[in-house]
Write a new protein. Sequence first.
Length: 260
Amino acid sequence: MILDKIVEDKKVRLVEHKARVSEAQIRREAENIIKDGDVRVNLFHNALALDGISIIGEFKKASPSLGKIDSKIDLMERIDEYNASVDAISCLTEEDHFNGNIEYLKQIRNVSLLPILRKDFMIDEYQFYEARVIGADAILLITAILDDAQMRDFYQLARELKLDVLVETHDEYEIERALKIDPRIIGVNNRNLKDFSISLENTGRLKKYIPDNKISVAESGIMNDSDVEYLKEVGVDAFLIGRAFMESENPKELALRWKK
């Protein structure tokens, strides 16, 4: 299963990251940022809690299902357009299957005041401290790759580091598990991470299981006006959009149209 392969490759990458910057050092740097008060708090959550639809614009260079993405504009141009149109930015930092890198997130942080989600396969405490150090405002917890104890401990660590958390789910059981940690933001991935098939009806089916006091995010497969209208009718609070924006020459125009 591709999800298992991604997690195994992430374990290898973590060894490389820890060789470059030790666990003790990355933790010390993160804790110093918190201690010095040099941190933005709740910005990702607040951006998604705005009235109307909020949009998270993604930066990614590839995915296992799509291969390399044919991006029409470069990173800096894209972030300029996102700065003028979306409410938050998602940056892939997974190296082997999404061609991501923490350096991309650092570059985005230097040119954007928008809240940034570090989108990765978070399986080790090191990654949370690293997220704080590189300038992320939020991280992703994928229910499918974590047990209940890991979800609880990682969520608590993220909040201690003043990071918002998007908890990603794929079915009723995962929503039930996610609710045990009482997260503020719950995402429904329309992409099945086992076979990478996409169905927007997954969000339509699962939205009713997300309490009204939680922010709901539809992830993956949002490509056109009809997709947007369907998900608005479902009643989600936010969209996370990757491929449609990455393949567009003018993501700003798309985002502003879809937010209406």
